[in-house]
Design a protein around this ligand. Structure first.
Ligand SMILES: *Cc1c(COP(=O)(O)O)cnc(C)c1O
Length: 363
């Protein structure tokens, strides 16, 4: 327990946890999102009863009634966050309170029962403590945490579910992208989110809608897709699961404003880190035409993607119907991106001072 723990989780430890030698093998090269720890946190909700029966139990398939609302109407939300082993051996998390708040806001948008922030945070902490031996060592390694919530009421009427399951699973991960810069496909046919829609909620449906565009990106030899706005097909929004930043020749940073994009915690952190370093930051609409013009004129120096999974990943090329542009050196070793990436990782891993109080010890 720590002083922030207010709920009594029942611990039902795994009867046959992964042997240490096998775990070490898995942790040596976990990839991204394929290896999972032994346990999960589960909390149930029922209208009239509220959130109840918080448990840490063996990670196992869950059983759902085939009429469960999530399977029909996609009432589902999730989060993505990481636990790290800090330089001094402590287990730390980065801005977990921001994930708790966003999870609550996503729930509200999807008409789901919000998980109280304290319950969300304790579920994550209890799971991390239980499976702390699964946190991999190494520069790019971490324990990726996936809190999610599904509508579990068995009812085919279209209405908000009266029952939910909130679950947290954990996956030791290495780097999301292999080293170097990525190439991004500018999607002109598909959009991700419209005004008034669910673009700002971290819901599975947004990803389902992005997969065809992501497949098109792959077919064009690209790593990721970049979406434009739904109304005019002009304004750059974000990538499939990451926000985007542009670095101009006067060292100004430009990133699309909030609204239809996902309000990334990494995005917010980068804005602060850039301001701390005296850079000018603008949250302004930036059109794809202007972007191509600025690149051709040498005004656009660097572009990078950011998110919990991708951290800060340089973008070396944009490819699309209007052709291909190479950004900066094209190989991603550009100074502003590198400065911000190093600053972010330094704080996350407890190697640099944390003036904003972003890092929290878990155990
Ligand atoms: C999760 C996510 C991001 C990044 O958010 P972080 O809080 O920085 O991890 C960006 N875009 C989309 C669509 C996302 O789902």
């Amino acid at each position: 327990m720590d002083s922030a723990d207010q709920f009594r989780f029942t611990h039902l430890p795994h009867a046959a946890p992964t042997p240490a030698a096998r775990r070490a093998e898995l942790l040596a090269d976990p990839g991204f999102g394929r290896v999972f720890t032994d346990h999960m946190a589960v909390v149930r909700y029922k209208e009239g009863q509220g959130w109840h029966n918080p448990t840490i139990e063996a990670r196992a398939p869950i059983s759902l009634d085939p009429a469960a609302a999530v399977l029909h109407y996609a009432q589902e939300i999730f989060e993505g966050m990481k636990a790290y082993r800090a330089a001094d051996g402590a287990v730390v998390m980065f801005r977990p309170d921001a994930n708790a708040r966003r999870f609550r806001e996503s729930a509200e948008r999807m008409a789901m029962a919000p998980v109280p922030d304290a319950l969300f945070l304790q579920a994550v902490r209890e799971l991390v403590r239980t499976d702390r031996d699964w946190i991999p060592e190494g520069e790019n390694a971490s324990l990726y945490l996936r809190p999610f919530m599904i509508a579990s009421e068995a009812f085919l009427g279209v209405k908000p579910s009266s029952e939910y399951l909130f679950i947290v699973i954990a996956s030791p991960v290495g780097a999301y992208f292999s080293a170097g810069a990525v190439t991004v496909w500018v999607s002109e046919d598909y959009t991700r989110a419209a005004p008034g829609g669910t673009g700002a909620a971290k819901c599975g449906g947004n990803y389902a809608a992005s997969l065809l565009a992501q497949r098109e990106a792959k077919a064009h030899g690209c790593d990721q897709v970049l979406f434009l706005d739904a109304a005019e097909h002009r304004w750059i929004e974000e990538m499939g699961g990451m926000n985007i930043f542009f670095v101009m020749d006067d060292s100004t940073l430009v990133t699309p404003p909030l609204g239809t994009i996902l309000p990334g915690i990494t995005r917010d952190t980068i804005l602060t880190l850039a301001r701390d370093r005296g850079l000018t930051v603008r949250e302004d609409a930036y059109s794809i035409d202007q972007c191509y013009q600025d690149a051709a004129a040498g005004r656009l120096k660097e572009v990078f993607a950011c998110g919990t999974a991708a951290v800060v990943t340089p973008i070396g090329r944009l490819r699309g119907r209007r052709g291909e542009i190479v950004i900066g050196s094209g190989n991603g070793a550009d100074p502003v991106t590198e400065t911000l990436r190093t600053a972010l990782i330094g704080i996350q891993r407890g190697k640099a001072p944390d003036p904003h109080g972003w890092v929290q010890r878990v155990g």
